[in-house]
Write a protein that binds this ligand. Structure first.
Ligand SMILES: C[S@@+](CC[C@H](N)C(=O)[O-])C[C@H]1O[C@@H](n2cnc3c(N)ncnc32)[C@H](O)[C@@H]1O
Length: 301
């Protein structure tokens, strides 16, 4: 397990077969009564469920029934549904097609190009959540859509002080849509440099799902990640731990005494990641989840 690969991780996600990408681009009028509009899409015809599932399956979507249900969510009109299906069949991640992802039981808005929160990352969130109390200061570095911070804040017994940051402007825009309704703040910039200095020494829980794919393995990722997620969201440098080391190195300056940080990595990276935390003066511990094949490295100041 090397990275953040995703297509087969989410219950509703399917494996996309690139070979099917240029097959049909719209749904046929199953009843044979619809009239195609100028855009070539029939906006009136009902969409036959069996045909929808068959098209998704032909395009390589393993969980075609689940994907069909997600695409139908909100009861889009037939023309809109046809557009959504065409984009999915053309290879866009399901979450980018519909604009949201299910993460830890919540619906997280996900904009095009922004990293889709992975099922495996729920392990990190569950471990961090055990330390979030009402009034906690929670920081989500490398926040992407803001999914981790949102779940931690929404699941707390009372309001928390939530701060999130990302270097990618598209991610920041997306995170603001998820985080601000909960009263949180999202900053744009490089790791801690994005945060207000007033947070130094005050952070109770720091989560950072940093990119951790070794650069040489980016080309091995599924097409959905390689083609539709920003490289900056995936590439962790030579051994995948460049960002993890940088986050660990400075964590002690931002955590309150007794505060904790949480990272995710591959099993083979865990020992080196834990060593980075120890070097930074934190006491590390490791948790490996066999089912989701992910390791969470945490450290207490
Ligand atoms: C693996 S994604 C995780 C996103 C989100 N936390 C999640 O789990 O869904 C990594 C994120 O780190 C961000 N990132 C990469 N380098 C960064 C840096 N130097 N400073 C801040 N964010 C960075 C990327 O833009 C991307 O959104």
């Amino acid at each position: 397990m090397t990275a953040n690969p995703r297509p087969d991780e989410t219950a509703a996600a399917g494996l996309f077969s690139a070979g099917a990408a240029d097959e049909a681009t719209g749904l046929r009028d199953a009843a044979g009564t619809g009239v195609a509009a100028e855009d070539g899409v029939d906006h009136t015809a009902a969409v036959d469920e069996d045909e929808l599932v068959a098209r998704l399956r032909a395009a390589g979507c393993v969980f075609a029934e689940e994907e069909a249900a997600v695409l139908r969510d909100g009861d889009p009109d037939p023309g809109r549904l046809a557009e959504l299906v065409a984009r999915r069949v053309a290879g866009l991640p399901l979450e980018h097609v519909v604009g949201w992802a299910r993460f830890a039981g919540r619906r997280i808005l996900v904009d095009p190009g922004v990293f889709v929160p992975r099922l495996r990352t729920e392990v990190l969130v569950a471990r961090a959540a055990a330390y979030v109390r009402a009034g906690s200061v929670v920081v989500d570095l490398c926040c992407g859509s803001g999914a981790l911070g949102v779940v931690l804040a929404a699941g707390a017994e009372g309001p928390v002080e939530l701060h999130a940051a990302d270097v990618d402007a598209a991610a920041v825009r997306c995170a603001r849509r998820n985080v601000e309704p909960l009263g949180g703040t999202v900053y744009e910039g490089d790791l801690y440099a994005a945060l207000p200095t007033s947070l130094r020494g005050r952070v109770d829980v720091l989560v950072a799902n940093v990119p951790y794919v070794p650069s040489a393995e980016i080309g091995l990722l599924p097409a959905e990640a390689r083609l539709h997620e920003a490289p900056v969201a995936l590439d962790g440098g030579a051994d995948g731990l460049d960002l993890a080391r940088r986050v660990a190195a400075e964590a002690g300056r931002w955590l309150v005494p007794g505060g904790r940080m949480f990272l995710e990595c591959g099993e083979h990276q865990a020992v080196a990641a834990a060593a980075a935390l120890r070097t930074a003066g934190l006491t590390p511990s490791l948790h490996h989840d066999e089912d989701l094949d992910v390791t969470v490295v945490s450290g207490v100041r």
